[in-house]
Each structure stands twice: as C-alpha cells, then as structure tokens.
Design a protein around this ligand. Structure first.
Ligand code: GTP
Ligand code: SPV
Ligand code: MN
Length: 625
C-alpha cells in the first residue's frame, strides 16, 4: 500500500520518498533534507504531516518491530523499553561547538576542568561526526519533522526541522511539540534550526533491526550555535533525541535569548488563584527530577486555592512593552518522571497519562497496566509485574527497581485536568515571582526571599542539588546546578549571569521577586516537609509577599517567613518548623567558603563583580551570625 505513495528518486539525494512530497517543501528545507540524506543514506524518506493517521501508522510499525507494546488497560497507551545503556541524558557526551572556547565556557585557570559545559571547536566536531553520520541510516527511514517550539505563529515561537531515523522520536515529538504541515506553512522560506538525529545503528543484511537500536559507545550530542545546527548520534532517549526540547529550547534557545534580550529557562510555569479570586503566575527552576512537574500539577491542600499548569519543564520569558515579564511554555506535552507519581502525590498527572501516552522504561502488569515504585499499590496481589528490564514476575522486596528511576511518561499537555486556560496564549502569561530550588538534605530553609533582583540572581547562581537519575550520575551527591541550567547552558555561564543582571538596571522593567525553596531537607526520620499538595502553604506565603504583605523577617540568607506567618491550618502531620528554618552556623560557613571556591575556580574572570559583591555580603552576614 505504501509503495503507491513512492516518488521517483531525484538524482541528487538518496532514498525514495515514501510519504509526503519533497517538491511541496520550502526550498531551504528541501536542500537540508537532500544534503543530509546524501550523507546518511536512508533507504526511505518520510515527510511528517503530523496527522493522527500518520501517528497510527508509525505506532503500528513500532509495534511490529517490537519497540513498543500496547498497554491495553488504557486507551492508546504504549510501553517502550530501551537498551539498558540508553536510559538518560549523557552530559559527558554533550558539546557546544563554537569558534571561541570562551563563548561556551567560562574563562578559568588552565588546569581547571569545567563543570559548566563541554566545548569542542566546530572543525574538530565536524571531524568526529564524519566518523559517525556517513551511511548511518542505511536500511532505515529518515523522517522529516517540521516542529514549532511555542504556539504556531506566536512571536515567541521558533521553528526547527528534525531529521531522524527513529519512529519513536517522531511519535514522541508529535506529543511534545507542534509538528507537521501547519508548521511548514508558518515557516515559509524563513530559516529554521537544523536538527539531525540518528540512533547510529544502520540495518544491514548481517545486522538485523534491534528492538531498541542505539549506539552508546559512539553517542555524541553536538550543538553548533553559529550555524543554528544540532547533531545527535547514538541515543534514542528523550533528552538526547527529542531535539526540540533540551537541545533547541534550552541550549540554542538560551543563546538566541541573550542576543534578543529574553530568557530560555529550565522552569515550570504555574497559575495560582487565591481564595479571594486573585490569580498570579509563577515560574520555578528546579534541577532535573527535583519537582517541577509535581509543583505545576499540584492539587493544593489549602481550601480555596486553585493551581493551574502552563508548563512543567521549559519557560521562554520576555519583558513586554509595559515592562511586564511574560512567559510561554514552548512545549505541547509532558516528558515526566514516572516513579513517585501516584494518585496521592500527583493526581493530575495520573489523569493526564490515562490515554495517548508513551511510557518509557516503566514496569508493566499482566493485565495491561503500568507500574513503578511509589505508585499506589495494586489491590490485586495476584497481579504479575514485569520489570523495565523485562524480568517477569518481579517481586516487592527483590532489591531491584520495577521501573528505571528515570523512567518517563510522554503525554499531551491538553489532557492535564489542571491545564491553564492561557497555556497556549501567544502573548504568554505575566510572571510575578521566580522560584529556585533543589534537593538540599541539609542547611537550606523551606523558603526564603531575595533582597532584590541582583541578590535573586546570586541565589540562582548558587543553586545546588543532589544528583538524580536524569543523567548518567550514580549516587546522590550535592553538586552545583546554577539556575537548574548546568546541563543546558548554551553559552558561557559568566555571560549568562551578566545577561540576567542587566535587567535590574532598567527602571522601566518590573523585575519579579525571586525566592528559594527546599522541599527536601531531612531530619532523623527522613524529609521534614510533607511536600506535594502541602507546598501550597509555601506558595501562599510567596503570593502574599508578592502582594506586598508584611509577613517576613530578615535572616542572613534572605527574608524568611515571620514566625506564625506560614499557613499551617489543617496540616495533618507534625512538622518541626524550627528544624525546617534553622540556619546552622557551621553549615553556612562551609557553604559560603565552598561557593567562593566554586565561583573562583569555575567562573574565574567571567564572574560579574555584582555576584562577587553579593557573595562577600553573604559571607559577612554569615560570619557575623
Ligand atoms: P525533569 O522532568 O527531570 O526536569 O524533572 P522535574 O523537576 O519535573 O521533577 P518531577 O516533578 O518529575 O519530580 C521528580 C521526583 O521528585 C518524583 O519522584 C517526585 O515524586 C519527587 N517529588 C516532587 N515533588 C516533591 C515534593 O514536594 N516532595 C518530595 N519528597 N518529593 C517530591
Ligand atoms: C531533564 O532531564 O531535565 C528532563 C528530561 O526534563 S529530558 O528531556 O530527558 O532531558
Ligand atoms: Mn527537565
């Protein structure tokens, strides 16, 4: 049947077009495809139209190859199990390739290894990719995905074209962004971000197609900001392969943002309506797997509050002509952490993933359901669980995880019960507070407020968190993750700080208040704070501070809630407020000294004076404690 659609090969590209028509495409898009097809030599080319019919065809093919299987308990839900070596972002193999090294990473002493990004020259990367991409799509289909980050036609939005030899990537990109013919129509003959992705596993007569093709040893994710190009090889995992997300919307996005004076951030966007009916929007940056999805979808425990979700991972923000900061969510879906998600912790997520969802590396049950650690227990004890590794009859207490800790759901945003009415607004929503946070088992209070914008930028710069399974780290070590962007900076972090600081100088701009939160402080019996829906108590305090309420007192680290000003009404469990807000002197002395060492060694001569001053002032306050 497909053969009927087959177009004759033009002489200068490889691969016959199975689906779509090259001659319908804008000239620049056609040239890009022909150029890369010649290099990668796919057997077929498929130009995505974004229709449901196309999605169903690809799901059918993926099922036939064994890449996905249906989860029949739900409507149009699928499970993909990856290669165990292809389960997370690979930060060590992710590069920004600029002519000048200092455009990408801060200027530090020669013997310092940067933890703020990997740089390679464009010519060295070209060389490296020359040993990867030629012929890499042999025996496979190259899909052409026109995609828009942001609502089609919004002045915030940016268009990319992703070429990929993975149908899993196509069906996922269709959920995570707006794709297809309408994007091409909006693009016309304008420029676009060129995105090339291959799983790096050609199908030859000796090499049969794998269930999850990938090439972990040869994996590399390269960004060429000067050419507006992204090349990703060897991995099918989301963050490495859905190039609109971290690669374009954050790394390339942050570069465009600096040039055009806006922000591309690793932030959720949420709406909060208080019992009086006043509504505000906040943006919050927490590192990977540190609670953005859960906060944006929370069901508030305080009566009368309503929380709505605009986005759970990425915010594009700019000041409008009235000096008001406005934000859009450039994505159209959620690629969320599965473990820990349950009816109790995140009921909105549970409802979002009931249909049209692709699960990756979760466990399955023999009645066609999904399963993971932290999900409400199945009430039938006789139900069999197959782990993400394919181990049948997985048992509680077996010492292994049923789902990979970085297993994910990929679901359309419009299925979320608390999706905000303005989530697709092309003007964006007004942001009135920015919140930073991380996993800090020690020392960091539940919430504090910066003294001003500059101090807030310093808080973002000082952000630290425990490592999680979202990238290749093992164990839980507290590491620096400034602005929750460490894996996603597209350019020199020192320049990024200058960009953020530059807005305070402009008096016409209404810079939002900046806060720091920590849901993860620990006591002898685990987390001190119940988290999830109870986090509304902290958001309520932030809300009142934004309204100008006098409910704060000074502390060495920032303003903290005046005793008794956090709304604790109806909280079911005992909470040790003293332990949550204690500022241990020894801890903070070590913290400021460590921060000083970090800024000096990692940001070096690119550290803005204002950040140095903030650090010195903090140091003084701490040493006077
Ligand atoms: P990325 O998608 O990787 O950028 O992560 P994210 O920031 O959206 O993280 P997410 O909300 O998915 O949370 C990750 C993990 O943290 C999940 O296992 C959650 O259950 C857990 N978590 C989220 N919020 C809280 C909280 O308030 N308290 C506690 N204890 N755990 C939380
Ligand atoms: C993260 O790691 O921050 C994610 C998941 O949101 S991924 O898209 O894989 O990067
Ligand atoms: Mn993320």
């Amino acid at each position: 049947k497909l053969k009927d659609n087959c177009y004759a090969c033009a002489p200068d590209y490889t691969g016959s077009v199975l689906y779509g028509n090259l001659n319908d495409l804008p000239e620049k898009v056609k040239c890009f495809i022909q150029d890369k097809a010649k290099q990668c030599q796919p057997e077929y080319i498929h130009i995505c139209d974004g229709t449901e019919k196309e999605r169903d065809l690809l799901l059918y093919l993926l099922q036939k190859d064994g890449t996905i299987k249906p989860l029949n308990k739900y409507e149009n839900c699928w499970l993909a199990r990856t290669d165990p070596d292809d389960v997370a972002r690979v930060e060590s193999k992710t590069f920004i390739c600029t002519t000048n090294k200092t455009d990408t990473i801060p200027n530090t002493k020669d013997d310092v290894v940067s933890t703020l990004g990997n740089w390679m020259s464009p010519s060295d990367m070209d060389c490296l990719l020359e040993s990867r991409f030629p012929g890499c799509m042999k025996g496979r289909t190259m899909f052409v995905i026109p995609f828009s980050m942001g609502p089609i036609g919004s002045k915030f939005s940016k268009i990319g074209i992703q070429l990929t030899d993975s149908a899993y990537v196509v069906v996922s990109m269709r959920i995570m962004s707006r794709i297809g013919t309408s994007v091409l129509e909006s693009l016309g003959n304008d420029d676009f971000i060129k995105c090339l992705h291959s799983v790096g596993k050609p199908v030859t007569s000796v090499q049969k197609a794998d269930r999850w093709p990938c090439n972990p040893k040869q994996t590399v994710i390269a960004h060429y900001p000067e050419r507006h190009e992204i090349c990703s090889f060897g991995s099918g995992y989301g963050g490495n392969s859905l190039l609109g997300k971290k690669c374009m919307a954050l790394r390339i996005g942050s570069i465009l943002a600096r040039k055009e004076r806006w922000f591309a951030e690793h932030m959720l966007i949420m709406g909060i309506e208080n019992p009086a009916g006043v509504k505000k929007y906040f943006a919050a940056a927490f590192p990977s797997a540190c609670g953005k999805t859960n906060l944006a979808m929370m069901e508030p425990s305080l009566p009368g509050y309503k929380v709505t979700c605009v986005g759970d991972d990425i915010a594009w923000m700019r000041f409008d002509e009235n000096g008001q900061l406005r934000a859009i969510n450039p994505e159209a879906g959620f690629f969320g952490v599965a473990p820990g998600t349950s009816k109790k912790t995140n009921p909105n997520a549970m409802k979002t993933i009931e249909k049209n969802t692709i699960f990756t590396n979760v466990a399955s049950t023999d009645d066609g359901g999904f399963y993971w650690q932290g999900l409400d227990k199945t009430n039938q004890d006789n139900i069999q669980i197959t782990s993400w590794m394919g181990i049948k009859n997985w048992q509680h207490g077996s010492g292994t995880d049923p789902a990979h800790p970085n297993s994910r759901f990929c679901a359309p945003a419009n299925q979320c019960p608390n999706i905000d009415e303005n989530w697709e607004s092309s003007e964006g929503v007004s942001i009135e507070a920015i919140i930073f946070g991380g996993r800090r088992p020690e020392g960091l209070p539940l919430v504090f407020e910066s003294f001003d914008w500059t101090h807030g930028v310093f808080l973002g710069a000082s952000l630290k968190s425990e490592t999680t399974a979202a990238a290749e780290y093992k164990g839980k070590l507290v590491v620096h993750d400034p602005f929750a962007m460490r894996p996603f900076f597209g350019y020199n972090f020192g320049h990024y700080l200058k960009h953020w600081l530059s807005f305070q100088a402009n008096r016409k701009l209404n810079c939002p208040k900046i806060f720091h939160v920590n849901w993860f402080r620990k006591g002898p019996e685990g987390f001190l704070w119940p988290g999830f829906g109870e986090n509304i108590r902290v958001l309520d305090w932030i809300f009142r501070r934004v309204q100008g309420e006098d409910c704060h007192v000074m502390s060495p680290v920032g303003y903290i809630p005046r005793p008794g000003s956090l709304n604790m009404a109806g909280l079911k469990q005992e909470v040790d407020m003293n332990a949550l807000f204690e500022l241990p002197v020894q801890f903070w002395r070590a913290e400021v000294d460590e921060l000083e060492h970090y800024f000096n060694s990692q940001v070096g001569s690119d550290l803005p004076d204002k950040i140095k001053q903030e650090l010195n002032q903090l140091k003084q306050r701490i040493y006077n404690m």
